[in-house]
Design a protein around this ligand. Structure first.
Ligand code: UCC
Ligand code: FAD
Length: 555
């Protein structure tokens, strides 16, 4: 008889195994640190409103926003150069989900909260905490929102001098999706983005003015306000040269533009563009830190859930101490980043409302570049480690992990690279004749003393006290060194200060909550992260490092 198919062939069996997915749950309800921070700092009369707004937003993220964010990644923007008849239109086409993110952002008041000022100076914490929750689900809409916030802040402060900014201010801060505007921030030209003074080639001319002298360098830069389209809907002298192909941020169109015959209005004084835009950069750099927290927290949130669902070697990952230890280190880094970002937001709110003391203003100035640089680097590390926590699944494109990983990589680059931020830390110290640094060190001492009654926190306190002594010793020596030496050490110095301050915030937070997990987090961060502070070199290292890098280099 003829053998059956079953008997003749060996059949491959794929089995029925399907891995259970990690699930996103309400990101506010799942984040005790943000809740405790709000409990501590929110004026009691505003607490219920802020708390329930964040909780409701957390539900909306799970039920609506996160899926829109996924769609923004799937349906990416493209440039439509001409219409069907060949007329040049330079239209950047984005997904419907991108427009939905616009509506949601307006309705949730992701910009408006900072300007309605309902909770007074605490409104900025409320706003930034909300952006921290939504960011990872926003399909990178948090990028235009950051720049919108910067533009809203400038419009608010300058609208008394320029009538045309009133309309902008009203629209940039609207809660109505149809009225809400977003803004870009155009500083970088093809020649570069760090040294803006040298790299800017676009020239502005006053209409009918015959004087065409141009001032070179950053003293020749001014700020302008322009609308993208005229009343008839035509582009305002703007050509979209191309959309960039990027490693990440694929949801977000990034274009090279040519401004030719573009009508723009001068804002502020001619030649004062850099100092004026610096205020805007403060806002966008805080958003950058907030975005880093959002991406990291999402990785940890999903990795924690996955650890309870994925089994290897007969146990869930949550029962493998080595895996939990990896998660714990990520958790501590995220907490440190969240505390630093919330603290800068709190100081920013106080400073805007005229309630910041001199010390708080100093802190705000020096902590902004420190927070931008440090959280961006932490974001990359945590998103990379987080991806690995899912094993091969972390590498699968349809999951959120590759997107978070790619998008985190931009955070140290745009809004000023890590080195540019470190130089800004030095600028803040020099401009304040040392006062910003003294305020920072003074605040650390204050927080050390305030926690003195907690024996459980002594490991963290001792580590911080030793690191402060080392930094003071280094600063004493630096005074006698060359400018080149100071610039060389700026970056390591900035990261050391940032970690030191993060350790201090964790200590201070634990001293407030007295929760065992917070105490453990403070001690663990101090133990792991204050060990590798490197800022102490000698002058010879400049030449030694040059020789090391360029050994055998031939061009
Ligand atoms: O990348 C961009 C957008 C990306 C998307 C945004 C998303 C955000 C988060 C979303 C997450 C998903 S927009 C491009 C960003 N570009 C930058 O950040 C530029 C980086 N380069 C710098 O920051 C440089 O340090 C420059 C351009 C500021 C250097 O310019 P100068 O002119 O050489 O610097 P000076 O001479 O030191 O400073 C000129 C003046 C001084 O004031 P005066 O004239 O009164 O003495 C400085 O004190 O500007 C003042 N100044 C500042 N003031 C400079 N920096 C600051 C500051 N940070 N704060 C206050
Ligand atoms: P460079 O300045 O060439 O930096 C190269 C390296 O040199 C870096 O490691 C840097 O740290 C180092 N370096 C530079 N100066 C010094 C120094 N003095 N000492 C020591 N080291 C130094 N710009 C906008 O204006 N608007 C936008 O909307 C915008 N969107 C962007 C979107 C994306 C996805 C990206 C990637 C960039 C965007 N940018 C935008 C530009 C961005 O702000 C710049 O790329 C960034 O500021 C860095 O400038 P650069 O590319 O010229 O790098």
């Amino acid at each position: 008889s003829i053998p059956s198919r079953e008997q003749s062939f060996a059949h491959e069996r794929t089995g029925h195994f399907v891995q259970q997915k990690p699930v996103l749950t309400n990101p506010y309800e799942g984040n005790e640190l943000i809740q405790d921070y709000i409990l501590r700092h929110c004026p009691p009369e505003h607490f219920e409103r802020v708390n329930s707004d964040l909780s409701k937003c957390g539900e909306r993220i799970v039920n609506e926003v996160d899926a829109l964010g996924d769609e923004c990644e799937r349906v990416q923007p493209y440039l439509k150069r001409t219409d069907g008849w060949g007329e040049r239109i330079d239209e950047i086409v984005v997904s419907p989900a991108w427009y939905e993110q616009h509506r949601v952002s307006a309705e949730e008041g992701l910009i408006a909260i900072g300007y309605e000022n309902e909770s007074g100076s605490f409104s900025r914490v409320h706003q930034m905490a909300k952006n921290m929750l939504t960011g990872a689900s926003s399909g990178l809409y948090n990028c235009p929102l950051a720049m919108t916030d910067g533009a809203a802040m400038i419009s608010k402060s300058q609208r008394g001098n320029h009538d045309f900014l009133e309309e902008a201010y009203q629209n940039l801060t609207s809660r109505d999706g149809a009225q809400f505007w977003t803004s870009g921030q155009w500083m970088t030209e093809k020649a570069g983005g760090s040294d803006v003074g040298d790299a800017t080639h676009t020239e502005a001319r006053i209409i009918d003015d015959k004087n065409d002298k141009v001032t070179e360098g950053s003293r020749g830069l001014s700020m302008f306000y322009l609308k993208i389209r005229d009343a008839g809907g035509k582009l305002n002298g703007i050509q979209v040269h191309k959309l960039k192909e990027k490693l990440g941020t694929k949801q977000l169109p990034t274009a090279e533009l040519i401004l030719d015959g573009c009508e723009a209005h001068l804002v502020g004084e001619p030649g004062r563009g850099i100092p004026l835009i610096s205020g805007m950069l403060t806002v966008t750099r805080i958003h950058n830190a907030v975005a880093a927290c959002s991406f990291m927290r999402r990785m940890v949130h999903l990795a924690r859930d996955y650890a309870t669902k994925r089994t290897a070697f007969k146990k869930t990952l949550s029962n493998h101490a080595a895996h939990v230890s990896t998660l714990a280190r990520m958790e501590v880094d995220v907490r440190a980043a969240e505390l630093l970002s919330l603290e800068v937001s709190r100081l920013f709110g106080k400073s805007e409302n005229g309630q910041a003391s001199k010390t708080e203003q100093d802190l705000m100035r020096i902590l902004t570049p420190l927070a931008k640089a440090q959280t961006a680097k932490q974001g990359m590390v945590v998103c990379s480690e987080g991806l690995e926590c899912f094993g091969g699944q972390g590498y699968i494109e349809e999951t959120p992990m590759p997107r978070l990983f790619r998008d985190a990589q931009v955070l140290p680059i745009w809004e000023g690279t890590s080195t540019v931020m470190s130089l800004d830390v030095l600028r803040s110290i020099q401009k304040s004749s040392g006062s910003s640094l003294q305020s920072l060190l003074g605040d650390i001492q204050k927080k050390l003393s305030a926690s003195a009654d907690s024996e459980a926190l002594s490991p963290s306190r001792n580590k911080i006290a030793t690191a402060v002594k080392d930094i003071l010793r280094f600063l004493k020596r630096v005074e006698t060194e060359s400018m080149e030496f100071q610039l060389k050490s700026a970056r390591d110095f900035a990261f050391s200060l940032a970690k030191l301050y993060q350790a201090t915030l964790l200590l201070d937070h634990a001293a407030f909550t007295r929760k065992e997990s917070d105490i453990y987090a403070a001690n663990l961060f101090a133990k792991n992260r204050l060990n590798d502070l490197i800022y102490d070199y000698d002058q010879a290292s400049i030449k030694n490092e040059f020789d090391l890098v360029f050994a055998n280099y031939q061009n």
